[in-house]
Write a protein that binds this ligand. Sequence first.
Ligand SMILES: Nc1ncnc2c1ncn2[C@@H]1O[C@H](COP(=O)(O)OP(=O)(O)OP(=O)(O)O)[C@@H](O)[C@H]1O
Ligand SMILES: [Mg+2]
Length: 278
Amino acid sequence: MSSTISAQYLLELKDIDLSFGKSQVLKKLSFQVKEGEICALIGPNGAGKSSVINIVNGIYQPQQGQIVFAGKNLKNDVAAQSAHLGIARTFQNLALFKHMTVLDNVLTGRILKSRHSLLGVLLQLPIQQKDADRQRRKVEEILKLLHLEQYRHSVVSSLSYGLQKRVELARALAAEPRLLLLDEPMAGMNQQEKQSIARFIQKVNQRLGISILMIEHDIGVVLQISDHVVVLDYGKKIADGTAQDIQAHPEVLGAYLGEELGSEPVTPQQLSEKEVHI
Ligand SMILES: Nc1ncnc2c1ncn2[C@@H]1O[C@H](COP(=O)(O)OP(=O)(O)OP(=O)(O)O)[C@@H](O)[C@H]1O
Ligand SMILES: [Mg+2]
């Protein structure tokens, strides 16, 4: 029997249970991401959002359940190979090489695509020149797409926080993923920076056809760019649907977002106008 399952979805989580000691972080969690969509995962602090990315990425091992990516079951040892299967990610807290240039940081994202060692690529040894040129061309394409060309030789630590987050996105793209996992790509940004990164995320999705699973607290931006929204609360899924469905979902509107805004009930209109951090 083949281990390949027909891929109706690009990513499918089925009945995932994840615990750390006695604390159960994800409870029978199931949801799917379709090829080509931007799916947002929202929920309050500690809801389990980053844990979802960590299990898809193979960093955490769920005790129960299945993760199916492009028809392949990722549970257990295969999960660690998610990068080879076409899954790339960014981190909630910046994880760049701060003292290296933008170019070198993005080059590190090419590791899996390079036929040679990272050191060889960085040192540009003659025997590896051809491969290095190929890597460099790809990186330049990505820098252009994300309007980072002018910063290519800047040391990362000299850049604004918003630009550093964009460099992290560039590095993840350098792996040429089929699915991009973004853990709070707009955290700590002002509205203008958020709008800018939101446009880049849409560009990556539309121009490169990369599917995106994104964690984001700013519900305004989520509703603006997502095709699909999954809402988590205490490790449980409480809503799953289009941005429009979610805006009208009674559990999200009343009990959940309503609590954040005070005792007043929240209307979908208010929700899309207000910047609500959950
Ligand atoms: N490696 C770990 N060891 C122990 N507990 C963990 C670990 N990772 C996550 N947790 C716990 O799991 C719960 C969910 O954490 P997670 O980081 O997934 O939440 P989150 O929804 O991403 O929150 P935030 O919005 O604050 O980033 C928290 O209670 C957290 O303390
Ligand atoms: Mg998190």
